[in-house]
Ligand binder design. Structure first.
Ligand code: AMP
Length: 284
């Protein structure tokens, strides 16, 4: 695996690969990699000739008071994992090169960035859309894989790609969980052992929602109430939102009659965690 740190060098490599007729698959990440990230790499490898992974902790998607400074990092560990996974290029730019002084261009994806995480992290999706657009122009992929763990982000990127005519296919990757059901996340590393146990209530609350739906409950209000009750039963876990939305458009729903997304965000101690599940569609 070749490590590339300069934007121009990455662009030249990608240009050459494209001229050779190679299909570039891309997986953008913020590092501290786990099996969730590696499942996206596997997907990219299946469909492409060359796989590029980026590691960049993007400052513009963190709000004031969020965890930019303490975001976990493990460059050597990440390199070993990506190498073993058969990644061809690891792109790791410096913040100063991505956002030099004088930088002033941002991409705002309007409606779909509102609600859910958008309400709790103002500016977050503008930061995400901006850095992903920049990375697309640097890596020049034919396909890019994004995890369903960050479901709203996946839809924001799909919208941006369609609206701005990027010639890139966005492929979703299934949410990967730990053995106890907890959604894998780099941020899980912040949790104390005690909070880590408490955090499994997020998944349990989603299972409760699915169980209710499967036994005939179709009113979103009743399902959300059960989720809130489940989360509320664990001390130290406080729900930011639990919502049921149309899985394609994120429109609010009163009744479930199409595949829907049930999405939650909660603080476990001082750590913000998100999780989601699709219900009413095909089994995942
Ligand atoms: P991050 O490093 O957290 O910015 O995530 C980089 C990519 O990995 C995003 O597309 C995430 O949605 C995806 N990802 C993170 N966690 C998981 C997971 N548990 N399962 C599947 N994809 C994930």
């Amino acid at each position: 695996m070749q490590v590339v740190r300069q934007i121009r060098e990455m662009q030249n490599i990608s240009e050459k690969l494209r001229n050779e007729g190679k299909r570039i698959g891309f997986v953008p990440t913020m590092g501290y990699l786990h099996e969730g990230h590696l499942s996206l790499v596997k997907k990219a490898k299946e469909q492409c000739d060359s796989v590029v992974v980026s590691i960049f902790v993007n400052p513009t998607q963190f709000g004031p008071g969020e965890d930019l400074q303490r975001y976990p990092r493990d460059e050597e560990g990440d390199k070993a994992k990506l190498d073993a996974a058969g990644v061809d290029f690891l792109f790791m730019p410096e913040g100063k090169e991505m956002y030099p002084s004088g930088y002033q261009t941002y991409i705002e994806v309007t409606d779909i960035s509102k609600g859910l995480c958008g309400d709790f992290r103002p500016g977050h999706f503008t930061g995400v859309a901006t850095v992903v657009a920049k990375l697309f122009n640097i890596v020049k992929p034919r396909i890019a894989v994004f995890g369903e763990k960050d479901y709203q982000q996946l839809l924001v990127i799909k919208r941006m790609v369609e609206d701005l005519n990027f010639d890139i296919r966005i492929i979703p990757g299934t949410l990967i969980r730990e053995k106890d059901g907890m959604a894998m996340s780099s941020r899980n590393a912040y949790l104390s052992p005690e909070d880590r146990k408490k955090a499994t209530v997020l998944y349990r609350s989603l299972l409760k929602a699915k169980e209710l739906f499967d036994s005939g409950e179709k009113k979103t209000y009743n399902i959300i109430e059960a989720v809130e009750k489940t989360i509320g039963s664990v001390e130290g876990v406080s729900l930011q939102y639990a919502e049921i939305r149309d899985a394609e458009t994120l429109k609010k729903l009163e009744k479930i009659n199409t595949p829907v997304l049930i999405a939650i965000a909660a603080m476990v101690g001082s750590v913000r965690l998100i999780d989601n599940m699709i219900i009413g569609g095909e089994e995942r």
